[in-house]
Design a protein around this ligand. Structure first.
Ligand code: RUQ
Ligand code: CUA
Length: 763
């Protein structure tokens, strides 16, 4: 690589907005470039993605976690990972699958009474209002075990999992209607719709079916409503990706298929394999569905109940004119409606073309009753020439298409060529091509599925990331590549390894649209959004024993778990409810009991219950698992599981420490010194406009709560000292100091916050 000269460097430096007097002198920058072997292009890319400490990213991306069954949240352009959300798979940090309420959410995903603790997540979708992302909810599907999950973006927690009542696999989901009235998913591999019903493969054409499901979403409740959801029966064509109409095509949906040959393989019997049979014909079928009318038909009682679920049968759909087919080139994959809803772009994996279907032409053909044929099930087929506006040859293996903020501009992934093609779908022209790492699957532009894509960046999702990163064994991470699409030419900016399954698809939203909470209303069950039955107020902590059931109503506040001891008999059923009483931001506590496989994450205000059978005698420490404060390690207690009928034998109390008067005096000195610190912090806080900062007000409230507790305790150590009981005098004085430490800790956090956020002096 050519060594950059000084002029070039200073040019770059001034472009980046570093003044001549910047801390990084030109020489230092040049040294770094030279040392690390970086080009000017690299430096530009770095400057476009680097987000300095304290600054925030512009977009937030929600990535499918692939086979991990989770969702990965990362920020753009820095590509910093922000969170993993447990969805179909237990996630211990969030207590997901280890506390009672989250276990119930996961149990919603049981199939035939069996726990399924993983998922093959594919396509996340953000809820929309008038076709624009509103940042309220996220939906994601599980292909392997056909399920759909709802994540509330107020707390980024999974609230609901529903099982598809008629499918055995599901790929074309999740997609939302323009106001999130419905969330759509399409079956993948055809199977009988009736549950637990066997038909031989010889009866594939007659008894196996595909379909699409429209899940009714109740936005107020934030939950899918299975009783108001329905499906549409489709031929066994291996339905694939789908998309919902918007704008001009509002009320309609579109679903691809890749095996309209209805081939069932059987290489064991000497038949050619699936891949040969499923790509034999030149075309498959795009399914065009009037879902609004279908919903009306279902409401009018025209559906058939299968497994207790409304299914609009093909026969009815054909008769009522809600289902049509159009040929589409060879084994297509992606179908993507343009932002204005006027066109539908289909990419055929085994064809170099993308086909731009015109919704207007499709409607004209339907109105005129102009069909070229019927498929074997009697569904009217619109001729491709009557539906296609244009076809553009882009390259090998086109898969998915995304849109720019600029009109008519689209980006399509080319799997075989490992490229992104930028093209104009109005003029049918290729504009630019960029080589990406390897085997690109999906790609994604900012708010690219909405009616108003935000442009700026594109992420290419490359599969099987050979050679890019430091090797970590035969299973490679995936590679998400960030691309700048703001100019005429695309520019590759960043490679991010994603090490948690194969993320199929990602959606990204303007970060400003997300308004997550920082705390819960005290006593909230976060998985139901309702008051928790085990919620407890400070001072009302108790242990209730009824027969062999022990229920603990406890609280958490730095750095203390109430109660400190839980005594049960072997065989008791133990429920521990814990409420986090903190108000300060991020004062999260965790909770576990040794060897009982329970864990909870208890954010401020939350109440969580863990439950287990104390089936083994012994002593089991419990503790807070989140490093919440300087005295976090002391946030502990014991679960004592006593043998049946056990009686104490020793009459002596707990061992004494033999503290002296000198110890007590030393503690009092420590208390006085700490109080001086608190006083100075309080003086600072009250000298500025701290009341204008809700975060600080919460911290100050918590701090005074802590300090308020010292009064009673001070009385205790003084009483003990009057009796020359140095043991208790010293220990109670120590307790005063504990509260002071917590107060000082909060006060200092508040002070730092005020200083960093420009608090002003007040009189
Ligand atoms: S898939 S790589 Cu969306 Cu499941 Cu296309
Ligand atoms: Cu609470 Cu550590």
């Amino acid at each position: 690589m050519k060594r950059l000269n000084k002029t070039a460097i200073s040019l770059v430096v001034s472009c980046m907005g570093f003044g001549a007097s910047a801390v990084w002198s030109a020489d230092t920058l040049q040294d770094v470039l030279k040392e690390r072997g970086l080009s000017q292009q690299d430096l530009l890319a770095a400057a476009k993605t680097y987000v300095p400490t304290g600054k925030r990213d512009e977009f937030v991306a929600f990535s499918s976690g692939g086979q991990s069954g989770q969702v990965i949240v990362y920020a753009i352009p820095s590509m910093r990972i922000l969170k993993y959300i447990g969805v179909f798979t237990p996630e211990p940090w969030q207590g997901y699958g280890f506390d009672e309420s989250s276990k119930k959410v996961l149990a919603g995903g049981k199939i035939d009474g069996k726990d399924i603790t993983w998922g093959d997540t594919h396509h996340p979708a953000i809820s929309e209002t008038n076709g624009e992302y509103d940042g309220q909810f996220l939906f994601i599907n599980d292909k392997a075990n056909p399920r759909l999950a709802v994540i509330d973006l107020r707390d980024f927690e999974t609230k609901q999992i529903v099982v598809n009542p008629v499918f055995k696999s599901e790929h074309g989901g999740a997609f939302v209607t323009s106001n999130t009235e419905y969330v759509m998913e399409a079956a993948q591999y055809a199977a009988p719709l009736e549950n637990k019903k066997f038909y031989p493969l010889e009866e594939f054409n007659e008894k196996y079916r595909g379909g699409v499901t429209y899940w009714k979403f109740d936005r107020k409740e934030g939950r899918l409503d299975p009783s108001k959801s329905f499906s549409l029966e489709l031929p066994p064509y291996s339905q694939d990706l789908s998309d919902l109409g918007k704008g001009a095509s509002e009320g309609w949906s579109f679903t691809n298929s890749f095996c309209s040959e209805r081939y069932v393989g059987g290489i064991e019997k000497g038949r050619p394999p699936y891949e040969a049979g499923c790509s034999a014909k030149d075309t498959d079928y795009l399914h065009v569905i009037n879902w609004k009318k279908a919903a009306e038909l279902v409401a009018a009682g025209k559906a058939k109940k299968i497994n207790g679920h409304d299914v609009l049968m093909m026969e009815t759909a054909i008769k009522e004119g809600v289902l049509f087919l159009i040929p589409e080139p060879k084994s297509p994959h992606g179908v993507d409606v343009t932002p204005d809803g006027k066109n539908i772009i289909v990419a055929g994996k085994l064809d170099t073309h993308v086909s731009v279907y015109s919704f207007e032409k499709i409607q004209a053909a339907i109105k005129a009753g102009k069909f070229e044929s019927k498929d074997p099930y009697g569904i009217p087929v619109i001729a491709m020439k009557d539906a296609v506006a244009t076809q553009v040859s882009l390259g090998l293996g086109p898969l998915h298409t995304q849109y720019d903020s600029k009109p008519c501009i689209a980006y399509t992934s080319l799997y075989v060529d490992s490229q992104v093609a930028k093209w104009n779908y109005c003029e049918g022209k290729v504009l630019d091509k960029l080589s990406v790492h390897y085997n690109i699957g999906h790609l994604m532009t900012m708010e690219g599925d909405s009616t108003k894509p935000a442009g700026k960046y594109l992420v290419a999702m490359n599969k099987l990331a050979i050679d890019r990163f430091v090797p970590v064994g035969p299973l490679h991470p995936q590679n998400h590549q960030l691309i700048d699409i703001s100019g005429d030419k695309m520019q590759l900016l960043y490679d991010m390894p994603l090490p948690l399954g194969e993320p199929h698809y990602v959606v990204a939203i303007d970060a400003k649209k997300l308004k997550p909470a920082v705390r819960y209303k005290v006593g909230t069950d976060s998985r139901t959004d309702k008051p928790h039955t085990g919620a407890t107020k400070a001072g009302e902590e108790r242990i209730v024993k009824k027969g062999n059931k022990v229920e603990v109503f406890g609280t958490l506040i730095r750095s203390h778990i109430t109660p400190e001891t839980i005594e049960v008999e072997v065989g008791d059923e133990v429920t521990i409810n814990l409420t986090n009483l903190e108000r300060a931001q991020d004062e999260t506590h965790g909770f576990t009991v040794s060897t009982y496989n329970v864990h909870a994450s208890i954010e401020p205000g939350k109440t969580v219950a863990v439950k287990f059978k104390a089936d083994k005698e012994g002593v089991y420490p419990y503790y807070c698992t989140e490093f919440c404060s300087a005295l976090h390690l002391e946030m502990q207690g014991y679960l004592l599981v006593k043998p049946k009928g056990w009686k104490p034998t020793k009459t002596a109390g707990l061992a004494a420490q033999n503290y002296t008067e000198a110890d007590y005096k030393a503690t009092l000195k420590k208390v006085a010194d700490t109080q001086a610190i608190i006083d100075s912090v309080v003086a600072y806080i009250t000298s500025v406009n701290y009341k204008d900062f809700p975060e600080v007000v919460a911290m100050v409230e918590d701090a005074f709560d802590q300090l308020g507790k010292t009064k009673d305790i001070k009385a205790k150590h003084e009483a003990a000292s009057a009796k020359k009981d140095w043991e208790n005098a010293n220990l109670w004085a120590e307790q005063v100091w504990q509260y002071q430490v917590k107060t000082a800790d909060l006060g200092l956090r508040a002070k730092t916050f005020l200083e960093q956020n420009g608090a002003k002096k007040v009189k």
